[in-house]
Each structure stands twice: as C-alpha cells, then as structure tokens.
Design a protein. Structure first.
Length: 93
C-alpha cells in the first residue's frame, strides 16, 4: 500500500480524521514521550489552520499542523510519525 498525503483546512476534517490525529498525538507525545502538557490547545480548529495527514490502509502514520502567521508565513507544529511509520523516511517525502 502507498501512503496518501492529504492537507485539509480544519473545517474539512471529518470526525474520524480529527479523532485519529488527536489519538496519534496523545499516544506519541503524552504516553510515549511522557510530555505532560496540554496538547489540545485551541488552535486545531481555529482560524485558517490546516492539517497534513499521512495515511495508509486506514491508519494515520504521519501528521503535522500548519498555523497561519503574518505576511503569508506559517508555523509548522505537532510534527509526528507513528511508531508503525518510522524508518520509512516519511519526514522527507
């Protein structure tokens, strides 16, 4: 199977996609990396936020969040690769 990349405005995310990206972030950032912080920070569904989803076989393997900044710039955050997707160079595609 091939990895499919999809970039969606927050308003275009369906419930399954939103659940999958939040679940992945929780599994890796909070549980695996033991980073105790408020991951759901109010920016996921705000303004012109976009989400880049890397999915394969119904599983989210990679993700990042794009937050708009001034003068057409964006901040890239919440960059993540699921354990099942590591070692495949997903961050370089």
């Amino acid at each position: 199977m091939a990895l499919t990349w999809t970039c969606l405005h927050h308003s275009a995310l369906d419930k399954t996609q939103l659940h999958s990206l939040l679940k992945l972030r929780c599994e890796v950032f909070i549980v695996e990396q033991q980073c105790a912080y408020l991951d759901i920070d109010g920016q996921d569904l705000a303004g012109d936020t976009h989400h880049l989803l890397g999915e394969e076989g119904g599983q989210m393997l990679a993700y990042l969040r794009l937050l708009p900044r001034e003068q057409g710039e964006v901040a890239i955050g919440r960059v993540i690769t699921a354990p099942a997707g590591r070692g495949r160079g997903l961050g370089t595609n």
